[in-house]
Unconditional design. Structure first.
Length: 290
């Protein structure tokens, strides 16, 4: 609305029109399903990581099982053993309740995550205490351990934000778009925008920043060459999504790796080939639909 792309009060409607054209997001989901189903095999660093997970991280002694023939069977036995050793007192509602409360309280406090977190803790701690899951001192210790485990991730994200602000101040996005303007036609504008902004988002670790800076420049170009506006918006958002997912130090990559207990670089390198596959399919989609 602020950039004249949509009429007053029609901003969300224009955004909804662009959702079918967010090709990178759609293809990224499709690639995940194809990998899960085995249609797309493990490739590159992911293939190596799969082998390591099957062979090195299995805790079962192969000598115990005469029927084990492959690394896959070996890993399955290890998983079965780990489930047998799991704490039978664990309850699913103790896991789900804090998540549901955090979302609900955050929405209630007008998307204020800090207030939502405090309110969630105020309910969750007494709830756990009534079940005698752990002592109050142990709860505090667990929270502090969780905070300490996130310090490296927070530091990386802060550094990425600083890098993004530097790029904004030197006008990197404006320079790239200005340099590519002569090559932007109605047919190739969405694809060019996606490629250029995806590279910038990947290099800077900025997703929303790139999107916010590029809209005032790209959209007048789209109007001037009579391009498909929802398609161009979809290209911009797709580029933002690609950068957020593929960049080695973006907030989503760092937090995904930290939350799953995976090494940051291992997570980033193993997922990169698959993000590139989705990006290549998105480029084709933008050219065809233009």
């Amino acid at each position: 609305v602020d950039n004249g792309i949509a009429e007053e009060g029609k901003g969300i409607a224009v955004y909804i029109q662009a959702i079918p054209y967010m090709f990178y997001a759609w293809f990224a989901v499709l690639v995940v399903l194809l990998v899960v189903l085995g249609v797309i095999p493990a490739i590159g660093p992911m293939k190596k990581a799969e082998r390591l997970a099957q062979v090195e991280q299995a805790t079962v002694d192969p000598a115990q099982f005469s029927d084990i023939q492959t690394a896959d069977e070996y890993a399955v036995k290890a998983v079965e053993e780990s489930f047998e050793d799991a704490d039978p007192k664990g309850k699913l509602h103790n896991f789900l309740l804090p998540i549901i409360l955090l979302v609900a309280f955050t929405v209630y406090f007008e998307i204020d995550v800090y207030k939502g977190l405090l309110a969630t803790m105020a309910v969750t701690l007494p709830f756990y205490a009534l079940q005698k899951l752990m002592s109050f001192s142990e709860m505090i210790e667990r929270m502090l351990d969780g905070f300490k485990s996130m310090i490296p991730a927070i530091g990386t994200v802060i550094a990425a934000f600083i890098f993004k602000d530097v790029c904004d101040l030197i006008g990197l996005a404006q320079f790239v778009i200005g340099s590519l303007s002569p090559y932007m036609t109605a047919q190739y504008l969405p694809a060019v925008v996606f490629i250029a902004m995806a590279v910038l988002a990947f290099a800077t670790g900025s997703s929303w920043g790139i999107f916010a800076v590029s809209i005032p420049i790209v959209m007048p170009l789209a109007t001037a060459v009579d391009a498909n506006i929802p398609l161009v918006i979809g290209a911009l958002l797709s580029a933002s999504s690609f950068g957020s997912q593929a960049c080695f130090y973006s907030d989503s990559t760092v937090l995904a790796a930290q939350g799953s207990g995976c090494n940051l670089m291992s997570h980033a390198v193993t997922q990169l080939p698959y993000t590139l596959i989705a990006a290549a399919l998105a480029v084709v989609g933008f050219i065809v639909m233009a």
